[in-house]
Ligand binder design. Structure first.
Ligand SMILES: [Zn+2]
Length: 288
C-alpha cells in the first residue's frame, strides 16, 4: 500500500482517475438519471467537475450531487486517499497525520474523517449491520475498561455487545458491534433486554442462529468466546492507538469504522470501494 498521498495519486492515475473511481462507485452499471432513471446524458465540462445532463428530463447532476461531498473544496483524490488509509487494516490514520499528508488544515482533516465515519455508521450496508448466522460467538465487551474495576461500571467505560460468525472451517467471517445503554446493564452485566436487542438487530432470524448464547458478562465472554474476545481486544486497541482519547460520545462512529473495515476485508477485500459507495449513498448534510 502506498503511504504518501503523492504515491497514491500516481498509482490511481491522477485526479481524473479518482473522479472516475467515484463515478463507478455511484453508478456501477453506468450512469442513470437520479430524477427519471434514464441512462443517457450529455456531459458538461465545468471548472470543478463534470455535470451530467439527462437527455430526457434535462436534470443535471454530478458524481457528488446530493452527497456530503457535493461542493467540497477539497479535491476528490484527497477524499479517496483518506478512505484508502481508513480502509488499510495495518495503518490507521488520525486527523493530525492526515493534515500533514494531504496538506489541509486540522479542522478540514478532522471533518473529513468524521464525515466518512458518520457515513459508515449510518450506512444500510450489510458490512455494518448485516446479520450473523451459522456458528456464532456473542457476548459483552467493555470499552475503556478501568484497571481497578469495581462492581459498577466506571464513567469512562462503555459496554459493547459483540458477535462474530465463523464459517464451517472455524474462520471468523463477519462481526457486529453494538453499544449497550446503561439502562440495558445491571452493574457490569448486560440485561436480557440488551441481549434481546442485540439478537434482534444482528443475529439472523433462523432458529439455529437464534439459539446462540449471548454471554452477558465480560468474564464469561472472555472464557467462552475466544475468537470474539481477541477480535474485540485487537479492535479496541487499534482505535485507542490510532485516535487517542476517543470520547464516549463519538465511540459509535469509531466502532462503525472498525466493523465496516473488518467485514469488508473478509467479504472481498474491496474495502476502499465499499467505503466510497457508503459515503456516496449516505444522506448526511452537504459538506461545507
Ligand atoms: Zn432524467
Amino acid at each position: 500500500m502506498s503511504d504518501s498521498y503523492e504515491a497514491f495519486l500516481l498509482e490511481q492515475g491522477g485526479e481524473l482517475a479518482c473522479l472516475r473511481f467515484f463515478f463507478h462507485c455511484r453508478w456501477p452499471s453506468g450512469y442513470a438519471c437520479p430524477q427519471c432513471g434514464f441512462r443517457e446524458a450529455y456531459t458538461i465540462a465545468t471548472r470543478r467537475m463534470p455535470l451530467f445532463e439527462c437527455t430526457r428530463c434535462h436534470y443535471q447532476t454530478s458524481v457528488t450531487s446530493g452527497t456530503f461531498l457535493e461542493g467540497t473544496r477539497t479535491p476528490l483524490s484527497k477524499w479517496l486517499y483518506a478512505m484508502h488509509r481508513l480502509s488499510d487494516p495495518s495503518s490507521g490514520i488520525n486527523a493530525v497525520q492526515l493534515t500533514q499528508l494531504i496538506r489541509v488544515t486540522y479542522k478540514t482533516a478532522y471533518a473529513m474523517l468524521d464525515k466518512i465515519r458518520q457515513s459508515l455508521l449510518s450506512t444500510e450496508s450489510d458490512l455494518r449491520s448485516g446479520s450473523l448466522s451459522g456458528s456464532i460467538e456473542a457476548g459483552l465487551a467493555i470499552w475503556g475498561r478501568e484497571k481497578l474495576s469495581s462492581l459498577e461500571l466506571g464513567d469512562h467505560e462503555q459496554p459493547v455487545a459483540a458477535g462474530v460468525a465463523c464459517d464451517s472451517a472455524g474462520q471468523p467471517v463477519q462481526i457486529a458491534l453494538m453499544e449497550v445503554s446503561r439502562s440495558e446493564m445491571l452493574d457490569r452485566t448486560m440485561t436480557p433486554m440488551g441481549c434481546h436487542r442485540f439478537k434482534s438487530r444482528f443475529v439472523s432470524p433462523d432458529p439455529a442462529s437464534q439459539k446462540t448464547t449471548v454471554y452477558r458478562s465480560k468474564y464469561l465472554t472472555k472464557r467462552h468466546c475466544k475468537t470474539l474476545a481477541s477480535i474485540c481486544k485487537a479492535g479496541f486497541k487499534r482505535i485507542q492507538d490510532t485516535y487517542h482519547g476517543v470520547s464516549l460520545r463519538n465511540l459509535g462512529k469509531y466502532l462503525a469504522e472498525f466493523t465496516f473495515r473488518w467485514n469488508a476485508l473478509r467479504k472481498d477485500g474491496q474495502c476502499l470501494r465499499h467505503m466510497a459507495v457508503a459515503c456516496l449513498s449516505s444522506r448526511l448534510p452537504v459538506h461545507a
